[in-house]
Write a protein that binds this ligand. Structure first.
Ligand code: FES
Length: 109
């Protein structure tokens, strides 16, 4: 398979339920991976955009967390309700500003 134009790295790290940092898997990130993959297929974009599982992105407290490359933005507090917005944006090379916690061009500008 070719190198993709864009990647979504979805943290699926899981910690014990009583761990103070929490973890993205506890917040539903494993299902996010499944839904994002399906959303990319539905948009005919799976050959251009890849949704991958990731280990801890060190954004645990604001999980579920996703990093989009090459835009180099981190999304926080992502839920299943955000899947369509993320998929719509990434296929256009855009980001969902309301979910950005780090790396927003608007925030840096
Ligand atoms: S557990 Fe997901 S960012 Fe750390």
């Amino acid at each position: 398979m070719p190198h993709r134009e864009r990647y979504l790295f979805i943290c699926t790290n899981r910690r014990p339920d009583d761990h103070p940092k929490g973890s993205c898997a506890q917040k539903g990130s494993e299902e996010l991976v499944t839904k994002l993959k399906a959303a990319l297929v539905a948009r005919g974009a799976a050959a251009r955009v890849r949704a991958c599982t990731s280990s801890c992105l060190d954004l645990c407290e604001i999980g579920a967390s996703i990093v989009q490359e090459p835009e180099h933005v981190a999304y926080g507090h992502v839920t299943l309700a955000d899947v369509d917005a993320i998929a719509d944006a990434v296929v256009k090379g855009e980001v969902v500003e309301r979910l950005v916690v780090f790396g927003s061009k608007k925030a840096e500008g």
